[in-house]
Design a protein around this ligand. Sequence first.
Ligand code: NAI
Length: 266
Amino acid sequence: MKLVKDQVALVTGASSGIGKTVAYYLAKEGAKVGVNYYSDEEGANDVVKKITEIGGEAFPVQGDVGNEEDVLKMFNKVYETYGNLDILVSNAGIQRDAPIEKMTLKDWETVIRTNLTGAFLCSRQAVQYFLKRGVVKGISKSAGKIIFMSSVHQEIPWAGHINYSASKGGLTELMRSLSQETANKLIRVNSVAPGAIKTPINEDVWKDKEKKEHLLKLIPYNRLGEPEDVAEVVVWLASDKSEYVNGTTIFVDGGMTLYPGFINNG
Ligand code: NAI
């Protein structure tokens, strides 16, 4: 039995990396998927093609998650195309790294706008729809599911990346408060917090031998993560298998949040 059969999902930032694999995995488990992209239409078309090749359904939908008008249009396209929405994976995220003394207001605002305001705008649209629609028997036990793509940096401080870690820390309380606000309407809200996953966002690190070796010292499980490691957990969170899981973060990080500096430390 497919885990999210006949459900409709929207995945933001799905033209590359984790989002692309999440879109594919949801489709593999029976969902029809809106594949959001910002500028990489080719990347979105590529995942739509891969989904179609396995007999799944998907379509590309352009939109900047930080732009209110774009977000409204994006959700309307999903309703027009599939007449429904069951799962939002709010995944789009960016980094603009700099030490604070060199960080411009633009670096700060661009990251907050995409990673945090984007999550607010998309989850607001999803909740409006889920509240109106309610539970659909035979499809899912919940009225809707929201999964935010957070990061280990919602917890681990990250020097040189204060805009990014602040955005993910903010996302934690957005997720928890929203879950508290909507759980009694049977809307499920959770986060997945990846560690170091091999995607374009951090390829400057994993493609560099020395930087990769340093990074591996921070991962007790001793390997970098793959987008598939994250996608498996997102699919589970989107399915009824996790029905009683509400307002929590699942870390998919090979133990990165376990203070690895303390291994063999007396
Ligand atoms: P990525 O760079 O491949 O994916 C980010 C996606 O977001 C891209 O497809 C990009 O086009 C899209 N995007 C950027 N700005 C957008 C906007 N304004 N509107 C719509 N889409 C936009 O990187 P990755 O790794 O797949 O990142 C996905 C999420 O996972 C991000 O939220 C990131 O913070 C998070 N993450 C990634 C980790 C990693 O090690 N790769 C670790 C922890 C969290």
